[in-house]
Write a protein that binds this ligand. Structure first.
Ligand SMILES: [Mg+2]
Length: 269
């Protein structure tokens, strides 16, 4: 575990003061999981042409997404364009809603990070709100949590939700969320009301852009925890995570995190 800049980690004493804001792909899922955008392409349930078109988009736009030299505004515009073109592929190939369900059930492509499901359960039991902000596909996130018995009432998902008409993809609901505009997510009033009396936030992510999910100036305390996957451990990547208070290294998991931050240590995850 890497502790950035502080000798003493902030502890969570009273969970009634806290809520959780978490990224989904490779934060709640493990580092080997496919991202929710790539799940359909890995599935043998979709036409090969879809997978080829999707791969072509990935090859064109992924270098842009991670280009450190491109101005943020230009990059944001292009990444949004990428997501829109990908959604157009769902429409072009008439992707069916049931395929999303089936693909999400396939454990070979998406799995909880160790302890994440127990962590979600403990939040539900304590009534701690959890807001998932994901640039992925909300449909998969919902299916995945439901299939695993973890779609609890305390969870709100802000993500890209594909809409279907008569079971066939027709578009996307609301604004597109991508890795560079996670700070622009606006929560519905009922969710804002649910967290209004909680001034402290536990933020969970796996990349630098996840830090933008919470505006620190409007909260008393924000405890930021990152998880790294085996395949992303290099010095540049670790440096990019310096804004997080704690960085969980490969082999460390939700149990490690809770041991470190949960003062009550009552959690039985
Ligand atoms: Mg992620």
């Amino acid at each position: 575990m890497i502790k950035n800049g502080k000798n003493e980690t902030m502890k969570i004493e009273d969970w009634n003061d806290w809520y959780v804001v978490a990224d989904f792909d490779r934060t709640i899922t493990n580092g080997n999981s496919k991202t929710s955008w790539s799940i359909l392409a890995s599935s043998d349930l979709v036409p090969r042409e879809y997978a080829a078109d999707r791969d072509a988009l990935y090859e064109k736009y992924r270098p842009i997404e991670i280009d450190p030299d491109m101005p943020l505004e230009e990059k944001s515009r292009l990444v949004k364009e990428w997501f829109e073109l990908h959604i157009n592929l769902f429409i072009k190939y008439g992707i069916k809603e049931e395929l999303f369900e089936k693909a999400a059930m396939d454990l070979r492509i998406m799995e909880f990070r160790n302890g994440a499901n127990a962590f979600l359960k403990s939040l539900a039991e304590r009534g701690v709100p959890l807001i998932i902000i994901s640039a992925g596909l909300g449909n998969f996130i919902e299916c995945f949590l439901r299939n695993n018995g973890c779609l609890y009432d305390n969870i709100y998902i802000s993500s890209n939700k594909i809409t279907f008409t008569d079971g066939v993809a027709t578009g996307v609901e609301g604004n597109i969320i991508h890795s560079l505009n996670k700070n622009e997510v606006s929560l519905p009033e009922d969710i804002k009301a649910r967290v209004a009396n909680r001034s402290k936030v536990l933020l969970l992510g796996d990349q630098e852009s996840d830090l933008k999910m919470v505006d620190e100036s409007t909260h008393n305390q924000v405890l930021k925890v990152a998880f790294v996957a085996q395949d992303t451990v290099d010095q540049d990547h670790l440096k990019s995570l310096e804004g997080f208070d704690l960085v969980m290294e490969p082999g460390e998991d939700y149990f490690t995190m809770m041991n470190e931050i949960d003062k009550e240590k009552k959690i039985t995850i």
